[in-house]
Design a binder for this molecule. Structure first.
Ligand code: PMP
Length: 417
């Protein structure tokens, strides 16, 4: 390999070339232009808990590709299963047997699943849930919580450029965890309520995270039952990180339809919709398809991912890694005289600085952390993987300690609350 004259020269050169041939040089949630200086845009690869940028710099990965990587990069069991299927074929004139094996596995693993259908992206899965709910009920309106992300299709994208108000005409909004506001939205929807689409907990970019209130979730279930509407869980982001059988497994609130993607195949492109027998008939009536939805390699990877997660109890491993990270970061913040809020489950945490309403302190923290070999995000929740053993978490903490010092120096200390 040729040696680069500056530490970031490949990334800089690729960005310049991208600017000529790609709108804005890069688009979507992984555009590094939204992040501080020092964030690479392009990556070479990854292994376990470590990712390597195109210039060869290594980072402990606390973003996990924004969720998909759950066992660690290039997990050997997943790669072997994918390679075995790739030798047979991937994109055929119909699904391989992997489709049936995976559907059986999802039905066995997920508490509310009597059937499963596969797709590619999380947006495919949430959109399919909404479509099935409308078909099942013969009604139009879907309730979603304000600010909550369910994908990039015109009916749910948070950025409305290029879309029509009519694209969202079938969606109504309420505040997450707010029974009174939810009841208002239900009353306004009247006889046209098809369903409610909820996140397992409230994770909104740049905001402190909020766990679901069990009483609120039970209330939504009761209202859906009383009005013959469907309760849908968008488990695209949280799925398989909080529980093996669905993020509300321990809450005991059953859902009619669930959307899955991200971690389902450890980085291979795959999404799934699961549902109960009550809505199976509606799922047979709607037209759901895509050129690559039946590709066999991601399904083989998914089966291996789910098997491995169960075998090693991935949920516990990620909870342990997340707890170690939380304890370390809170101790470091305290020692630096900085007051922080650390919110969400340990496997998908987010940290903000008290009084940092424009997130400038957080950007400074993240920029310094990334320079020190820790890849985390200033506005999006972080993700644990099973590859984050104690040594990897401790390596991350070595990189974050000086980042707190930089924040304290730049912005001053904040009173501990
Ligand atoms: N729902 C949730 C909760 C998500 O976090 C995401 C992706 N960030 C989506 C849906 C959409 O998934 P995708 O980007 O794969 O379409």
């Amino acid at each position: 390999m040729d040696l680069d004259p500056t530490p970031r020269s490949r990334d800089i050169r690729l960005r310049a070339r991208a600017d000529r041939v790609i709108p804005a040089g890069m688009y979507g949630h992984q555009a590094a232009s939204q992040l501080g200086d020092g964030y690479p845009q392009f990556f070479r690869g990854g292994s376990g808990a470590i990712i390597v940028d195109v210039d060869g710099r290594e980072y402990v990965d606390l973003m996990c590709s924004w969720g998909p990587v759950i066992l660690g990069h290039r997990d050997p069991a997943v790669e072997a299963a994918a390679a075995e299927q790739r030798m047979l074929g991937d994109c055929l004139n119909g699904p391989s047997e992997q489709l049936v094996l995976l559907a059986e596995k999802l039905v066995d693993t997920i508490v509310d699943a009597d059937w499963a259908m596969m797709a590619k992206n999380g947006t495919d899965a949430t959109t399919a849930c909404v479509t099935i709910a409308r078909q099942h009920t013969g009604r139009g309106l879907i309730l979603v919580a304000r600010g909550c992300y369910h994908g990039a299709a015109p009916w749910c994208t948070p950025i409305h450029n290029g879309t029509l108000p009519t694209d969202r005409a079938g969606v109504r909004y309420f505040d997450y965890n707010d029974v009174v506001d939810f009841d208002r939205a239900v009353t306004e929807a009247r006889e046209d309520l098809a369903g409610v689409l909820l996140l397992p907990f409230r994770h909104v970019e740049g905001e402190d995270q909020e766990l679901v209130d069990g009483g609120f979730a039970r209330h939504v279930r009761e209202v859906c039952d009383a009005s013959d509407a469907l309760l849908m869980l968008d488990d695209v982001r949280c799925g398989f990180r909080l529980a093996h059988g669905g993020s509300w497994e321990s809450l005991g609130v059953r859902v009619d339809l669930s959307a899955w993607s991200k971690a389902i195949a450890n980085g291979y492109p795959l999404a799934a919709v699961t549902g109960t027998d009550a809505v199976r008939e509606a799922a047979t009536k709607v037209f759901l398809t895509g050129s690559f939805w039946m590709n066999a390699v991601p399904m083989a990877a998914s089966i291996a991912t789910l098997d491995r997660l169960t075998a090693i109890d991935g949920v516990s491993i990620m909870a342990r890694a997340g707890a170690r990270l939380r304890e370390g970061l809170l101790a470091q913040a305290g020692a630096a005289g900085l007051s922080v809020r650390y919110t969400g489950p340990d496997a998908l945490p987010y940290m903000t600085f008290v009084g940092d309403s424009h997130r400038q302190m957080l950007h400074a923290f993240a920029t310094e952390a990334v320079q020190n070999g820790v890849y985390l995000h200033p506005r999006h929740n972080w993700f644990m993987s099973c590859a984050l053993d104690d040594a990897a978490v401790d390596q991350a903490l070595i990189g974050t300690e000086p980042a707190f010092a930089v924040v304290a120096k730049q912005f001053g200390t904040t009173p501990t609350v």
